[in-house]
Write a protein that binds this ligand. Structure first.
Ligand SMILES: Cc1cc2nc3c(=O)[nH]c(=O)nc-3n(C[C@H](O)[C@H](O)[C@H](O)COP(=O)(O)OP(=O)(O)OC[C@H]3O[C@@H](n4cnc5c(N)ncnc54)[C@H](O)[C@@H]3O)c2cc1C
Length: 286
């Protein structure tokens, strides 16, 4: 492996100084799980890695607002911290559920919320869940701060809207009374394998009537994407078999699904139809 610099700034000002060069081989370093794989495969040769470990409070911790109950989650929060947080388990149980089949304990102990989003891999389990929960990300750079919906981070296959020098600092996740959420990881081999498709689903129902919902598809497409057509079929309606079938058809029609080594496009469209119907029905009747 070619040698590189690893720096650990303790202030944002220093971090921006180290990152502020026009060179994509200078990168921030969260848990390093994705970076190390890319380095081992010689897909990425860094000149300098800038660890975010010592940047302090904004990048750390899981806090619940006493005003509206929403969560602030620092970008350096590890998956294990999410997994074992009693507050997350109580108010965002879909996150705890998602952790059960996400990688393994060694990865979860170091992989971070920010690195996971910035990696831009469409197969990752958490991005569709954050999007279904309507989470937003705060991004800082040497010119200031902006807050964007998590979905706006992704622009294509392993591509993001983040620019050199941008750092994801924290997530804001609302807790919406009456809403229920679920992540459906559809694997075609082992349970902990990468998904053939992932579905983040969040909905608010009264009886069998869906008042509002968000459905996000990942893995089978180039970036996590809201299924607006399927949402529109379901919103405001009382569910029955015919409606669920129409929602599944709308979902399959509105997405461009690729054939890959986890299944053909027609097979994955079939999985999508089946799992949308099952998941919506299960959440409404839960
Ligand atoms: C063996 C193995 C199994 C896995 N299985 C799964 C699985 O089943 N499901 C799943 O979802 N994932 C899985 N993963 C992937 C894992 O979730 C990601 O590698 C991890 O989330 C990346 O986070 P990180 O903190 O390690 O990122 P890093 O490797 O530190 O960084 C990834 C990218 O993000 C950038 N970056 C890091 N932090 C920030 C920040 N705060 N702001 C801006 N840019 C930043 C880096 O420069 C880099 O480009 C697996 C990984 C491994 C190694």
């Amino acid at each position: 492996m070619t040698s590189f610099d690893l720096v650990e700034p303790e202030t944002l000002e220093d971090a921006f100084k180290w990152l502020g060069v026009d060179d994509s081989s200078v990168r921030p370093f969260g848990g390093g799980t994705a970076l190390m794989l890319m380095m081992k495969a010689q897909l990425f040769t860094p000149v300098r890695l800038v660890s975010l470990r010592k940047l302090g409070r904004q990048f750390e911790g899981i806090e619940r607002s006493s005003n509206d109950g929403s969560f602030r989650i620092g970008a350096m929060t590890t998956f294990s911290q999410l997994e074992h947080s009693p507050e997350i388990r109580a108010h965002l149980p879909v996150i705890t559920q998602t952790m059960k089949t996400l990688a393994n304990v060694r990865v979860r102990n170091v992989a971070t919320v920010g690195g996971n989003l910035a990696h831009g891999d469409p197969h990752l389990d958490l991005p569709p869940v954050w999007m279904a929960l309507d989470a937003s990300a705060t991004i800082v750079n040497s010119s200031g701060t902006r807050t964007i919906p998590v979905g706006d981070i992704f622009s294509g296959y392993y591509e993001t809207t983040l620019e050199q020098g941008d750092l994801i600092a924290e997530l804001r996740v609302p807790v919406r009374p009456g809403w229920r959420s679920r992540y459906i990881k559809v694997t075609t081999r082992a349970e902990h394998d990468w998904p053939a498709l992932g579905i983040g689903l969040s909905l608010h129902a009264e009886g069998r009537v869906i008042k509002d919902l968000r459905i996000v598809l990942s893995a089978a497409i180039d970036k996590p994407t809201r299924l607006i057509g399927a949402e529109n079929v379901l919103r405001g309606k009382e569910i029955d078999d015919a409606l669920l079938k129409r929602a599944g058809e709308a979902a399959a029609d509105e997405t461009h699904i690729e054939t890959d080594n986890r299944g053909s496009a027609p097979y994955k469209k079939h999985l999508l139809r089946v799992h949308i119907a099952r998941a919506v029905s299960a959440l409404v009747t839960e």
